[in-house]
Design a protein around this ligand. Structure first.
Ligand code: T46
Length: 136
């Protein structure tokens, strides 16, 4: 499958009481959600990820705090700063991802297109480069 990484800006419904973001499958979320997980309590000097997925589509949202996501796919390598609940990072297909610089209040919510499957992970960077068609 093709790989893609992009920021999706959400509509914020705000009034005097505060703000609300609503996400619906096939609208803001371009896939059917089969799994939800969230990451919190990661220390600032700890990085996570360091793997790619073969098939998975995911939408990552920093619902609190901030985190830097490094994505590599094809010939592109790019850093994204997730620091607001009004945007999400869509990651589809064969993309190497690393998560760095978690703020102490970071809560990273992830909506995923598939159930958890260790078989979908590529945890070896050399294997990722081979499957990505960039040698290794
Ligand atoms: C990803 C990034 C953004 C489960 O049992 N079920 C799950 O759905 C997940 C995601 C993880 N786990 C277990 C597997 C490990 O024993 O939770 C433990 C930590 O998982 P992992 O080391 O893979 O976590 P991260 O933060 O490195 O990566 C996670 C996701 O695994 C990955 O799909 O894209 O967040």
């Amino acid at each position: 499958m093709n790989s893609e990484v992009k920021i999706i800006d959400f509509t914020v419904h705000g009034d005097i009481r505060g703000s609300l973001v609503a996400l619906e499958c096939t609208k803001e979320i371009p896939f059917t959600v089969r799994r939800v997980y969230y990451i919190f309590g990661t220390k600032a000097d700890v990085s996570r990820g360091f793997h790619a997925h073969r098939k998975l589509k995911q939408l990552l949202i920093a619902v609190s705090g901030s985190v830097t996501i490094l994505c590599e796919h094809g010939t592109e390598k790019k850093k994204f700063q997730l620091d607001s609940p009004d945007k999400g990072l869509l990651i589809e297909g064969l993309v190497w991802r690393e998560m760095h610089d978690f703020s102490s209040d970071a809560v990273l919510l992830v909506l995923a297109s598939e159930y958890y499957s260790e078989g979908d992970y590529i945890r070896d960077y050399g294997e990722f480069l081979r499957e990505n068609g960039c040698g290794g």
